[in-house]
Design a protein around this ligand. Structure first.
Ligand code: NDP
Length: 297
């Protein structure tokens, strides 16, 4: 059997188009575009690439992008001051502070300072709490993107066995919560889980969010399982190459022999994250303007 390759890149492109159309409609009613403020502290090359990509994606989706690039020696007080200003700025609907922050700054304090109704990353404890009790708020973009791919592929998830490997606040925990809300039977596995392969083998749905290259092997998977690979790992470069290959947490080629469907890395979950970020920002804009969030956004 050869698994269906879940094309996150194509799905995300359709999502971005849909969001762009909603952003245009918003602009007609509200007389301004939905606005996302992205804050970057320091010169981390990967973060610079992410921030640049987010800005471009905003513009392509008929949204306003406000970039704030601050030097690495920015104080926590100065960053908090900027966040407070963005909270009050009527043209800003969503605020994203690119993580990781320099060690001198307390990440939790910065996230806590963001207005929860502009917290389009869904990292604020208020939004984590809303997700946990079933109130509408903002859900972290990566797990929400995974959920979109899963429901597109499987429809109703009721009663399915789902195993989430990884329990971080930004991926594993919200992912498990979303699956639970969709009536799956959810197990969260982590570094202390005993007999991890046996646990994963029970799953109709496997979500891998670990950060260990190709850890999940073919013989860990039940026949026909749907596998969502969140991991992004760079292997050491092969001789003569400058950069190593990007791989996920699942050994893609061999897993494809057993799985029913699987996301590749790259081109699976990764592209969904920005699509959902844009979607969350347009939702924030509608709420911020006191308008009803359109169906299907
Ligand atoms: P974290 O490092 O915060 O969490 C990793 C989790 O994996 C932890 O819960 C840890 O367990 C668990 N873990 C580590 N080793 C093992 C092991 N040997 N067996 C079982 N569980 C293990 O990572 P994130 O959640 O932030 O990210 C996970 C991966 O997803 C990374 O590769 C990251 O790059 C990628 N990612 C991709 C995104 C995208 O847009 N596609 C967005 C965000 C992340 P414990 O809690 O016990 O330590």
């Amino acid at each position: 059997m050869s698994a269906t390759r879940i094309d996150g890149k194509a799905f995300a492109a359709r999502l971005r188009e849909r969001v762009g159309a909603h952003a245009l409609n918003f602009a007609k009613v509200a007389d301004r575009k939905p606005g996302l403020a992205v804050v970057l502290v320091g010169e981390d090359p990967a973060s610079q690439v992410y921030v640049g990509a987010k800005g471009k994606a905003c513009l392509a989706a008929n949204m306003e992008s406000f970039e704030h690039r601050l030097p690495a020696d920015t104080s926590e007080a100065a960053l908090l001051d900027l966040v407070h200003r963005l909270n009050r700025d009527e043209t800003v609907d969503g605020i994203l502070v690119q993580l990781p922050l320099p060690d001198s700054i307390d990440e939790q304090a910065v996230i806590a300072a963001i207005d929860p109704d502009k917290d389009v990353d869904g990292f604020h404890v208020i939004n984590a709490g809303r997700l946990s009790v079933g109130q509408s708020g903002f859900v972290p973009c990566t797990p929400m993107g995974c959920m979109m791919l899963l429901t597109d592929r499987l429809g109703d998830l009721s009663g399915m066995e789902a195993v989430v490997v990884g329990r971080s606040n930004i991926v594993g925990k919200p992912m498990a919560q979303l699956l639970l809300d969709a009536n799956a039977t959810v197990t969260i596995a982590h570094s202390r889980t005993r007999d991890l392969a046996d646990v994963v083998r029970r799953a109709d749905i496997v979500v891998a969010a670990v950060g260990r290259p190709e850890m999940i092997r073919k013989d860990w998977l039940k026949d026909g399982a749907t596998v969502i690979d969140v991991g992004i790992n760079r292997l050491p470069p092969e001789p003569g190459r400058e950069k190593g290959r990007l791989v996920g947490d699942v050994a893609f080629d061999e897993a494809s022999e057993v799985a029913g469907a699987i996301t590749p890395v790259p081109g699976g979950v990764g592209p969904m994250t920005i699509g959902v970020l844009l979607r969350n920002t347009v939702v924030a804009a509608y709420r911020h303007a006191g308008l009803e969030v359109p169906e299907g956004l």
